[in-house]
Design a protein around this ligand. Structure first.
Ligand SMILES: *Cc1c(COP(=O)(O)O)cnc(C)c1O
Length: 407
């Protein structure tokens, strides 16, 4: 019989969300009259901005006319979107990124998961702990790790985010080849300063490593001192790839559009030491395996960069940040230390007890669902994540229930 890729057998079954679902079902059966409030979700709740919807509709109508019809588009994305991105997200903040360095795609999850394909199978990889699981699992599937032992895969260098380092991992004491970083962070909501990113860029240069910088939550940054892109940091063009998405700024989680930035200076070497362009490798991979984002969706995404679109995404992210402020204030009032919520839609809360116990406490005493930190990695133990993606009414109701239950 045909054999499977046995690396898949190393994957820790994702019990997190099925465990949560089981506990919710048990609670609801015991308490049929108390509706629960879910603050565990990493999905947006507010509708698409009007600017995007109007552009989306107009593009669909174009597709219905002989003159306006678009078949296969360029795999890398239409020039109108790549140019709007280069100008709106990079040149406008003084980051030197050209439209030709932008690869439009259907998600930052796929891009951050697929990018590892273009690198060697014996490279050394540093991953955050706690972590967005995509970075870890895709490398396990590709066979770059050993078995899982005590909650960690053999072969990775784990970058620990703890209360002691303010949830921004320090530079490892050893050399690595590939480094995953995510700021503003999911799940912690922590942010990295310019100096912290500069230290990572310098370290990568020293190692000949590449940084994969996930900036899916950049639209939530409000502190003007915090960098909006790794390409604001000197030297980053030679060591970094950045992932962005329209999911969290413009509510595209169900519409699907994102992009990856690969500067043309970025190189990696073959076994003989000869250097190759990473941009060219990814272009080859993208054109071979991906056939472009649909024309109407790219038109909808481009509308984010209009004056109306910018105002609408600012209002959307302001709305979630106000939710986050309410959550963080309530939890701090109860005496818990928190990070996040000020420049990110997630609040990371130190529970002072095992994260699943605190999860059960919030569920059973307040009817509120959070995400137990242990589900994101060893360093997530003793924490929970509360998401600000919900209606104002539900956020307020959840916090008043938690205050009553734990106060
Ligand atoms: C939500 C999220 C993304 C965005 O993923 P899409 O596939 O573009 O929807 C990327 N990275 C992180 C860490 C996220 O939480």
């Amino acid at each position: 019989m045909i054999r499977i890729n046995e690396n898949y057998l190393k994957l820790k079954a994702s019990y997190l969300f099925s465990d949560i679902a089981k506990r919710i079902a048990a609670y609801q059966e015991a308490n049929p009259d108390s509706p629960i409030i879910k603050l565990g979700i990493g999905d947006v709740t507010e509708p698409l901005p009007a600017a995007c919807r109007e552009a989306f509709h107009a593009a669909i109508d174009e597709q219905g006319t002989p003159e306006g019809f678009h078949g296969y588009g360029p795999e890398q994305g239409y020039p109108f979107l790549r140019e709007a991105i280069a100008q709106g997200d990079f040149k406008s903040i003084g980051a030197d990124i050209d439209a030709s360095e932008i690869f439009v795609s259907d998600g930052a999850k796929c891009d951050s998961g697929n990018i590892q394909e273009i690198f060697g199978s014996d490279i050394k990889i540093a991953v955050p702990d706690p972590v967005y699981p995509v970075y870890v699992d895709t490398n396990v599937m590709a066979g770059r790790t050993g078995a899982m032992v005590d909650g960690r895969y053999e072969g990775f260098v784990y970058l620990e985010s703890t209360p002691e380092n303010g949830y921004v991992p320090s530079i490892p004491g050893e050399k690595v080849d590939l480094i995953y970083l995510c700021f503003p962070n999911n799940p912690t909501g922590a942010t990295a300063t310019r100096d912290q990113l500069k230290a990572w860029v310098d370290y990568a240069k020293e190692c000949g490593a590449i940084i994969l910088y996930d900036a899916a939550y950049v639209a939530f940054l409000r502190d003007p001192e915090l960098p909006r892109s790794i390409f604001e940091i000197e030297g980053a063009r030679e060591v970094a790839i950045e992932f962005r998405s329209f999911s969290k700024n413009a509510g595209f989680t169900g519409t699907r559009c994102a992009y990856t930035v690969i500067p043309k200076e970025l190189n990696a070497q073959d076994a003989s030491g000869q250097e190759h362009s990473v941009h060219a490798l990814w272009n080859r991979r993208h054109c071979t395996k991906f056939n472009g984002v649909s024309y109407p969706v790219q038109k909808a995404a481009a509308a984010v960069y209009t004056e109306q679109g910018q105002a609408e995404i600012k209002a959307l992210t302001d709305f979630y940040l106000e939710n986050a402020k309410i959550v963080r204030a309530a939890m701090e009032e109860l005496g818990y230390s928190c990070v996040g919520g000020d420049n990110a839609p997630y609040i990371w809360i130190q529970t002072g007890q095992p994260s699943w116990d605190f999860f059960d406490l919030l569920l059973n005493k307040a009817g509120v669902v959070c995400t137990p930190g242990a589900g994101f990695g060893t360093c997530g133990e003793g924490h929970i994540r509360i998401s600000a993606f919900n209606s104002r009414a539900k956020i307020e109701e959840a916090m008043s229930r938690i205050k009553k239950a734990l106060g």
